[in-house]
Design a protein around this ligand. Sequence first.
Ligand SMILES: [Zn+2]
Ligand SMILES: [Zn+2]
Length: 265
Amino acid sequence: MFLVDSHCHLDGLDYQSLHENVDDVLAKAAARDVKFFLAVATTLDGYRGMRELVGERENVAFSCGVHPLHQEEEYDVEALRRLAAEPGVVAMGETGLDYFYTPETKPRQQASFRNHIRIGRELNKPVIVHTRDAREDTLAILRDEKVTECGGVLHCFTEDRQTAEKLLDMGFYISFSGIVTFRNAEQLRDAARYVPLDRMLVETDSPYLAPVPHRGKENQPAMTRDVAEYMAVLKGVSVEELAVATTKNFADLFHIPPSRLQSIV
Ligand SMILES: [Zn+2]
Ligand SMILES: [Zn+2]
């Protein structure tokens, strides 16, 4: 079986006491059939640091972007464009809107979100979108900036079925994290049942929000397996089937050549 963690913050894990290094994290994941990783940046400095930490690996791809929660200071849009064009970067982000934690930076978040989509269209790299308490504005900006030209994924999906439907209509993929396993997530499970197998991804968003039965512990890429097993039950398919579908979706969305995935054992 071959699973992909489509969204993890490899630079945020606990290398003091839980893991020796990145090799250790990826080995623990591989032991549970999680064999490819998209390491997602949240700031430009964070992007540079993560490339240094992770190094060049056949089984790790990178995103480049500035998270909506990190808009307290302006950043250099030209630097974003330049770094995003680097080899190994398969996506823009994470970007999007978060009105829950930082409503005071709304205008800057919106401008940044638009910049990420514009650069994504220029470079033909899809966007990784984070949204919280900002459903209507997120959909409006995606439409307005013609996101269908580069495509994208709504990561760590916590919205409802109607929002999923609108995103699917725009050609988006929808990524589910450990939140789908939480006891009070019935509305989200309803959306997950609705999203077709050929449009979904799985992720950990580690180190945040470990899935059941690991709640309270640090999340890590290995736990993609727990999300996948849970999603397979929701979809009424085997976990192997879910793995094949979500890995194919990942490769399609982020333009990862199948030969690259096949070279990983
Ligand atoms: Zn996010
Ligand atoms: Zn994230």
